[in-house]
Design a protein around this ligand. Structure first.
Ligand SMILES: O=C(O)CCC(=O)C(=O)O
Length: 263
């Protein structure tokens, strides 16, 4: 499905572009975005900036509720590619994150790792950031190459800057923008149906949308064979408060089905 060089780049850099692999699923996914905006879930979190600018719509864990998202998860090669990139026999879906930055939206997605927000820990993880609009290099998501191998877990904050877990004393994300010249920052211009695959531990961030074009994205997260539940000091993001588990339990629940299993 994907070549060896792509897998190597993913494992070395923590992020790799995949060109055109989801193009057949773009139209239905765009339809799903409109259905989802009209009928958001209880997890929806839309940021409307104080500057009166356009909103940043976000929703989570809705992939099974809208046909266009479901097709991307179930019918596209995503699950098999996830298993290949992770070096896992299985690919289990964790969740989706819908991110629509409307034209003129001023919200910058701050630099962060995804892993510390989650109720799952896995050495095998991958998110597919799938744009449904063209996004040029200057407006696209960026990654710090190799940061997934730093052995760090930086403090999770909401995109509005507040701490996710009260009293969390973990290390704050370094000021990546101030040290851009000393870092290997990766980013690619992308077309609808491309994707960037990255690990839950890779530091990433994304600019505001100062353009006149929408920036619709579906980010879909997967884990591999060794995934385990992890207890945090408060509700995770996304939160699954109805689930009960012990730290280190195998990561299994009906909302996280295995979609691909190598034969
Ligand atoms: O698209 C964005 O603004 C951020 C996406 C992101 O942080 C993610 O997919 O994990």
């Amino acid at each position: 499905m994907i070549d060896h060089k792509t897998i190597e780049a993913f494992q070395r850099d923590g992020a790799v572009p995949l060109r055109g692999i989801f193009t057949p699923w773009v139209d239905a996914a765009r339809e799903a975005i409109e259905q989802n905006r009209a009928d958001p879930s209880f997890r929806e979190r839309t940021y409307t900036p104080d500057d009166g600018g356009a909103p940043f719509f976000q929703d989570y864990c809705v992939w099974s509720q809208f046909d266009g998202y479901k097709a991307l998860v179930m019918d596209s090669p995503m699950a098999e590619v996830a298993a290949q990139l992770m070096g896992s026999k299985t690919a289990r879906i964790f969740h989706d994150h819908i991110l629509v930055k409307e034209p003129g939206n001023s919200v910058v997605t701050p630099w962060h790792q995804d892993q510390p927000y989650y109720l799952v820990e896995a050495s095998q993880s991958v998110s597919f950031w799938v744009p449904l609009d063209s996004v040029p290099r200057e407006r696209t998501i960026e990654y710090v190459a190799g940061s997934h191998l730093w052995g760090k877990s930086f403090k999770p904050k909401r995109f509005d800057g507040t701490d996710l877990f009260e009293g969390d004393a973990s290390e704050i994300v370094p000021d990546i923008d101030a040290s851009r010249n000393d870092m290997d920052i990766l980013g690619w211009d992308v077309e609808p149906g491309d994707a960037v695959a990255f690990t839950f531990r890779t530091l990433h961030g994304a600019p505001a949308n100062a353009s006149e074009t929408r920036r619709r994205v579906i980010s879909i997260r997967w884990v591999g064979d060794d995934a385990r539940f992890v207890e945090r000091s408060g509700p995770t993001s996304p939160a699954f408060t109805h689930l009960s588990y012990q730290d280190g339990d195998p990561f299994e629940a009906p909302e996280f089905p295995i979609i691909y299993r190598a034969s």
